[in-house]
Design a protein around this ligand. Structure first.
Ligand code: SAH
Length: 211
């Protein structure tokens, strides 16, 4: 199979073995060409289950983590609109775009934002809107969102993001705690927020301002 096809299928097998149960997520991850989201020099490693450098001291998330976060975010029937904080390479954005109606994504590093924009355009991901800015502020213009995914670790749930979550909506984010980082899922209920700690994770930090 040409164009990394076999490597993608191996990745699907590994994700399933690692406990990813959502067939939609696995299906999309065998379709989205991860090798186009990393430097050509790293393309042969694109389907390894590893995080890889994307420049500016940042990384493209490990495929397992992308799969886990995506399945944790997508309740049955969810989501119409998703806000992603930390576009990075745009890979997670592309995975989400294949599963939901519309994806908004904010990146604080201008050069990463520009590269992601070019890649997603080339892949004809038309239901995606990207912005250069501080994601901790969310994207008020398009709020509320059914899902919010943060791909950098914060010390607490960013308040303005929680406020932009629709009733019944979910936020999935890595949080720094005493014993390292954990993946947290927050669900907006009629009375407040339900918290679920999912598993330990490793992410680059959520930083303030833009670069
Ligand atoms: N989803 C990305 C992960 C990139 S790593 C991928 O799979 O490629 C996390 C990204 O979050 C980095 O690109 C970093 O620059 C960005 N980031 C960190 N703090 C941010 C903030 N406050 N607002 C927006 N982006 C932020």
């Amino acid at each position: 199979m040409p164009g990394h096809g076999r490597a993608r299928l191996r990745l699907a097998t590994r994700l399933t073995a690692a406990g990813i149960g959502d067939a939609r997520v696995i299906g999309v991850m065998t379709q989205v060409p991860r090798h186009l989201f990393v430097d050509e020099a790293l393309a042969t490693h694109a389907y390894d289950d590893a995080a890889l450098p994307i420049g500016s001291g940042q990384t493209i998330s490990q495929p397992y983590t992308v799969a886990r976060m995506t399945e944790a975010l997508l309740a049955p029937g969810c989501c119409s609109t998703v806000l992603e904080i930390g576009t990075g390479s745009g890979y997670q954005t592309a995975v989400l775009a294949a599963l939901v109606r519309r994806v908004y994504s904010v990146e604080r590093v201008a050069v990463l934002w520009q590269r992601a924009q070019a890649r997603l355009r080339a892949l004809q991901c038309r239901n995606v809107r990207l912005r250069h800015g501080d994601g901790a502020l969310g994207w008020q213009e398009y709020a509320p969102f059914d899902g919010i995914l943060i791909t950098a670790a914060a010390h607490g749930v960013p308040r303005q993001l929680a406020a932009q979550l629709a009733p019944g909506g979910r936020m999935v984010l890595p949080l720094n705690g005493g014993d390292g980082q954990v993946l947290l899922r927050l669900t907006r209920t009629t009375v407040g927020f339900r918290h679920e700690v999912l598993e330990p994770v490793t992410f680059v930090p959520l930083l303030a301002g833009v670069a």
